[in-house]
Structures are given as structure tokens and as C-alpha cells.
Write a protein that binds this ligand. Structure first.
Ligand SMILES: C[S@@+](CC[C@H](N)C(=O)[O-])C[C@H]1O[C@@H](n2cnc3c(N)ncnc32)[C@H](O)[C@@H]1O
Length: 219
């Protein structure tokens, strides 16, 4: 059972939960750093759930979210904008960027930040980055106006940018998280389909499918 799934589930919901489980990207966390608009948290959670990311962490220094995950699920502004995805997604809040990074590093997660700008020692475009190289990966998204913090950049392995071709400086949080997490999950599902273990070990005799068979897709 999904750790975020409600206790009582209808058979159709259970069937769907079983069908999507093999496609979920293990050890992949999306981190939202100090979002100003609580509705953006719901939008990112929707992307996280839809694309098969395992968890969402929120750096919430202003205490906009309840500590308890069950209370968060009932928070209307998050529930509505997530299209109820918050019911199915594990969300954890942290008081500070430092506390979140400490927790991730203690659990051996490698962080990657996202920004429309060149930041840190290694800055790559989205399509150039290898998101399957690290077994445990946290992908960070920054504040709507300030962007990603210097601390998150300093403790990350790389900074990833979606190439921009317009007059605007950046994409919004919802759109950028959707694009980045699509690429990250696509790469990690491709890896998981071929290898059972890290560092290209445990090669499967037959690769697993990376997309749902037509009869299991939502109608
Ligand atoms: C509205 S943007 C923040 C803009 C801010 N002025 C800045 O300097 O980053 C909010 C977040 O969306 C993500 N983002 C937006 N556009 C992006 C792009 N082209 N490439 C990668 N991430 C992007 C980043 O995580 C960014 O911190």
C-alpha cells in the first residue's frame, strides 16, 4: 500500500494504485523551497503524483503548512490545486533549507537545483543532464521571485536549466516543475526498466515497460 494512500479504498482505486506502482520512480523527491503562493504547492504535488515521483518536500520557513501530513491533506488550498493528488502523495515540511538539506544528506540523497540562470560549479541544460546516475535524487525548485537559494546551490551536485527562447526571464513554478520532472522521471523509469540495482548492476533478462499498456491507462 502507498504510504500516502487512505485507509479505505474502493476496488477501482486499489486496481489503479496497483497498476501504477511499478512505474513510480523510487528514491526521487521533489523539493519546493519557500514557495510564496501556497497554491503552487498543490500544482507541484499534482505534477509529482502524475509523473510518478515518490515524495514532495516543502521548505516552509513561514509555517504556512501544518506539520502533520494528515492535516495537510485536508488543507483546502493545497487539496484543490493538487486536484486531490495530495491524498496520494507523501509530503513533508521543513523549517529551513538547511534542515531539509541535512535530512536529505543524512539519508544519502544527492540534490540537484533548477534555475533559469547559470548557478554553481556545474550548470547544464535539462536535456544534457543524467538523472539516473544517482540512486537517491532530490530535485529542487526555488521561490517564485527570488529563485533557488545560494545555500541549496552550494550543496547541490548541479544546476539544471530548461532552455529559454522568449523575452521572459523564467517559467512559473508549476510549469517548470512539470517539464523538469517529466525529463527526470522518464530517464529514471528507463533505468529502472533495465537495471534492478544501482550502478548498472542487476540487469533484467527482459526490460520492464516504461509506459502503461493501453488497457491499464485511465479512460
Ligand atoms: C518563477 S521561477 C523564479 C525566477 C527567479 N527570478 C529566479 O531568478 O530564478 C521559480 C522557479 O521555477 C524554476 N524555473 C523557472 N524557470 C526555469 C527554467 N527555465 N529552468 C529551470 N528552472 C526554472 C526554478 O526552480 C525557479 O526557482
Amino acid at each position: 500500500m502507498d504510504e500516502a494512500a487512505p485507509q479505505k479504498t474502493k476496488p477501482s482505486v486499489r486496481k489503479r494504485a496497483d497498476a501504477i506502482r511499478p512505474f513510480r520512480c523510487k528514491n526521487l523527491i521533489a523539493v519546493i523551497e519557500d514557495p510564496a503562493d501556497i497554491r503552487n504547492i498543490g500544482t507541484v504535488i499534482r505534477n509529482v503524483n502524475a509523473l510518478g515521483v515518490e515524495k514532495t518536500y516543502v521548505v516552509d520557513p513561514k509555517g504556512a503548512l501544518p506539520d502533520d501530513w494528515q492535516d495537510l491533506r485536508e488543507k483546502r488550498s493545497v487539496f484543490k490545486t493538487s486536484a486531490s493528488a495530495v491524498k496520494w502523495t507523501f509530503v513533508k515540511r521543513f523549517d529551513s533549507t538547511e534542515a531539509c538539506l541535512d535530512h536529505l544528506e543524512r539519508n544519502r540523497f544527492v540534490s540537484v537545483v533548477t534555475s533559469p540562470h547559470v548557478k554553481g560549479k556545474t550548470s547544464l541544460f535539462l536535456h544534457e543532464a543524467d538523472f539516473a546516475a544517482d540512486t537517491k535524487l532530490a530535485v529542487w525548485f526555488g521561490n517564485e521571485s527570488r529563485g533557488i537559494s545560494a545555500l541549496a546551490v552550494a550543496r547541490s551536485a548541479m544546476c539544471v536549466a530548461i532552455p529559454m527562447f522568449g523575452m521572459v526571464e523564467s517559467l512559473n513554478l508549476g510549469t517548470s516543475s512539470g517539464i523538469v520532472l517529466y525529463e527526470v522521471t522518464k530517464q529514471r523509469r528507463a533505468y529502472q526498466s533495465v537495471y534492478r540495482l544501482r550502478k548498472n548492476r542487476g540487469k533484467r533478462a527482459e526490460p520492464l515497460p516504461t509506459v502503461m499498456p493501453p488497457d491499464e491507462r485511465a479512460e
